[in-house]
Design a protein around this ligand. Structure first.
Ligand SMILES: CSCCC(=O)C(=O)O
Length: 143
């Protein structure tokens, strides 16, 4: 993003664009899968292998989410979690921004069927894209 006032929901590609290979996200410690929403066996396998015992669905949608703007703004403030951030996108889309090794932001897009794990302590922020809607299952290792 160029200025503080810029709309975070726009793609914000660098000029010239600077595509990041998926392998680079993996080097930074992000885990990614593309899952078939109908075939849940791989999801179950990942959950059982990584010990994700609990999950709940988070929906961000102006019409149905309480305090929509506050939640969206909160997610876009750079933050960390003491546990992994485990998200499986059931519908909709959005962007995660994470810091590259040199501290510059890297933006990656997620959509239906994407599952991501950010390691505990990884600095990040999240924004919806121009479609303004996401539904994601978030998992944790607690019951
Ligand atoms: C759609 S998941 C929202 C982002 C999030 O959970 C977070 O950054 O902590």
């Amino acid at each position: 993003m160029l200025d503080e006032g810029d709309d975070p929901r726009l793609p914000h590609r660098r000029v010239p664009n600077c595509p990041v290979p998926l392998a680079h996200l993996h080097e930074l410690g992000v885990l990614t899968w593309k899952l078939d929403l109908e075939a849940t066996s791989l999801l179950e396998q990942i959950r059982s292998e990584r010990g994700y015992l609990y999950s709940e669905v988070l929906t961000l949608c102006r019409e149905s989410t309480q305090d929509f703007d506050a939640k969206v703004q909160g997610f876009f403030k750079e933050h960390t979690h003491s546990q992994e951030e485990v998200r499986f996108i059931l519908d909709g889309s959005g962007y995660w921004d994470i810091r590259d090794f040199d501290g510059k932001w890297i933006r990656f897009a997620v959509g239906k069927g994407d599952m991501i794990v950010l390691p505990a302590g990884m600095s990040h922020r999240f924004t919806l894209d121009a479609k303004n809607y996401i539904k994601a299952s978030q998992s944790e290792s607690r019951k």
